[in-house]
Write a protein that binds this ligand. Sequence first.
Ligand code: ARG
Length: 593
Amino acid sequence: ETVEGQFSIIGELKNIFKKSLIKSYPESSDFNIEVVISSQPKYGDYQCNSAMALSKILKESGTKVSPVEVAKTLIGNIPANEIIELLSTAGPGFINITLSQKFVVRQIANMCLEGVSPPKVDKKKVVIDFSSPNIAKEMHVGHLRSTIIGDSLARLLEYLGHDVVRLNHVGDWGTQFGMLLAHLNDKYPDYLNNPLPIGDLQAFYKESKKRFDEDAEFKKRAYAAVVELQAHDPDQTKRWQLICDTSRKEFQKIYDRLDIKLTERGESFYQDSMKRIVEDLKQKNLLVYEEGRYVMFPQKEGLNPLTVVKSDGGYTYDTSDIAALCHRLEVEKADWIIYVTDLGQSSHFESLFDCMEHAGYIDKNRVRIDHVGFGVVLGENKKRLKTRSGDTIRLVDLLDEGIKKSMDKLIEKNRDSVMSPEELEQAKTSVAYGCIKYADLSNNRKGDYIFSFDKMLEDKGNTAVYLLYMYTRIRSIARLANVEPKQLLNYAKNKGIKIEDPKEIKLAKEILKFYDVIQKITDDLLLHSLCEYLYNISTVFSDFYDSCYCVEKDRNTGEVIKVNMDRMLLCEVTANILAKCFDILGLKPVNRM
Ligand code: ARG
């Protein structure tokens, strides 16, 4: 049996073991067999540790077999396949799996010819809602995390061949606009004919908020302004539009610098459909009238109700999320919807998903829905990241500081003396934005993470700088050997690839784990595993390169006298794997740094 293309080896081993399970213990064929990468080389390449649990289950249903026997039976019934070379039992019933050398060589050879091709998947329509800052407010570090994580997930899913819609669910509707419009009216009465740029929209927001909180009369006018806006009053709509444009331009600067593609579809987009959906929910008797508001209670206990209609008749964040979800299901026909926000919103999304399932909008068997939550960004003092004066950090300032620090670092290493101004410029931005993204992505998103330029700019350890540098190092080997990618391709086509030395084999097997990692992060959406993998493959490569000559030079003249083409191919594939990982993480490697 041959499996075509590239694929997760763990996934395929599970399939193989499943077949053996069905043959060995048909009564327990539902049992979920786990295969993992071996913790130590002496346990083979992969391990199956399920015999223990399986033996227990069999015992419960009256069949007494020891874990070791179970392991042996499973091994005995493994169908003929081309992946496994050796199976052995160890300890209380572990199964150690060694890959077939022929299989490893074939997969690497394919990768030489076809590049790091994506594994085959069922194509899905995926909507991913990320970044989503609020109009008139500054985009803060929480939105930066959402932007970085969301973009990387979108890149992953695009690589897999899914049809991905990247949506920016900006906060462009709701009560905050009442106070902005009312304040605008007082301060710039002629705003429509004479549209002043609101120089510092954030300060303007703060002023409005202060008046809103302190002045009851102003508050009334603010509410009236929202009503006018929601009733599509032309002048208020124009003012609203101008405010949105100002914010939008600010946000776009950040997206351009970080190379983030997003389609804006904010809360206001759903204004009209909200009415219709609220009616539908009322008809289905799903709303409860409580203290002047309409709320919807989730089925699961302990979850907060959604506020669907406020006492003044207005809609809320909850209402627009209900409408957005419906739109994504009905109009976008999404098979998979992902929301990337801080973990503080977990209960909001739990309530939302619960209510929408109960209302019959979500069919859990057909769509996958994930809330991808993340922790807080901390400063080096382990408190929420703030400026010295305690204000929220402006993202532009943060990016500027990154650029400055990365340039300082390059100059400190005297790189300015060997690189052209263009190369230096490229290296500077690649390192600055790369390190900010990587520091975020390499930490488990569910935890808080400490933002430190000093740490992220270190050139040792699991940092963007170390990895980008490793990439340039591998690329420089090809320059040194003076072999073109085309020559390598021809060699691979005509001669295939030989992989013999233990360090070569180790590197080859590490390369193939790429597809296991891709499978894992597609399941759990935890991108730090990809970063860990990137770091591991870099150290394995280092090990290989230190002991396996790729290019031999004459000791005296320094002239290249021998190039090992098989090893050059391994270098090439490793570099391509690194490049693919960078691509998924949104990092831009450079040829020199
Ligand atoms: N604007 C919200 C915030 O800044 C995030 C929106 C996330 N997406 C959503 N569909 N609720 O917190």
